[in-house]
Design a binder for this molecule. Sequence first.
Ligand SMILES: Cc1ncc(COP(=O)(O)O)c(C=O)c1O
Length: 386
Amino acid sequence: MAGTERIDSKLPGVGTTIFSTMTALAQECGAINLSQGFPDFDPPAALVSALGEAARAGHNQYPPLAGLPRLRALLADQLQRYRGVTVDPEQELTVVPGATEGLYCAITAVVRPGDEVIVLDPVYDSYEPAVTLAGGRTVHVPLTPGDFAIDWERVAAAITPRTRLLMLNTPHNPCGSTVSREDLDTLASLAERHGFLVCSDEVYEHLVFDGAAHHSVLQHPALRERSFAHYSFGKTFSVTGWKTGYCVAPPALTAELRKVHQFVAFVAVSPVQHAIAAFLEAHPEYPGTLAAAYQARRDRFLGLLADSRFRFRPAAGAYFQLLDYGALSDEPDTVLCERWTREHGVASVPVSVFQQAPPAGQTLLRFCFAKSDDVLEEAARRLCAI
Ligand SMILES: Cc1ncc(COP(=O)(O)O)c(C=O)c1O
């Protein structure tokens, strides 16, 4: 195209996301795709029927900017039921077209040119471009290698007078780690002392395993006052293609988020909101069934890998399992990931792409276990043969 050479990209370092790249490679090679985070099984049948019914019933025009009042009320009920928190659906809860859009709106609503945003590496890939487009700068603080705990001393050392926001993600993609209540206490005291805000990505909130609880910023009074919390129906209801979620924040932050949301997307898809509302009204207990179901998938996958040469620490949450291939190869994860997709027919994601400075000698690949039994079985069989 004439003139493209004159475009000074605002996102020069951004290419196609690793998820799309690996999914395309998996398709090209006919490999089992454990790279992208989406379930290969059907969402609840009643939810799918509700979507068709909503469209047939004529719910096809713009819904209210903040989301359907009925859905927001049900979501506030869910937050009470699962987290014990009271949220005002009018002023504190906004339905958005995917958590990605909610995160983008939150970040751009509060980050100004020159602001610093602390991100914890490995970090989900959508945060940094939003910070950059807002004129801010990400400050990368590595999680502790091995257990991916937050190193609060390093976080404290990274705080400056320009720190505006800290991005939290629990349960964590790609690491499958979770934060504790003590982590939230430490974060709250730092945020209060230094006056920064928190953006908490909790899209995998219902996928916390081994009897542990999800700890939300919404449950922590000091964080509740200064945080955005993001959720995704795509994750909770196995409908990633429906791209709908919601964001909870105190009224003043919600008002700012809505100003941006109004001109990025304006609304979230109407029939999807009606369908989720109908489903949640009939099955409020459904999200509570997810942890056991996904834990069974994790355990099945790991059980099948018990005799492999991979080392692993079972994921505490989300639907990703890291496998350490250090006993098999010392090649870089980016190289190996592609080669094994071609040669062994299993696609994964290299962890180093989520890090500004991957630790030397790190040998980790991320596998999504939100897959049906036969797919996990065949993938494990191939991985055991390596
Ligand atoms: C940590 C994390 N945040 C946000 C998203 C995006 O959610 P949505 O599809 O609702 O935009 C994902 C999707 O994989 C994710 O893993």
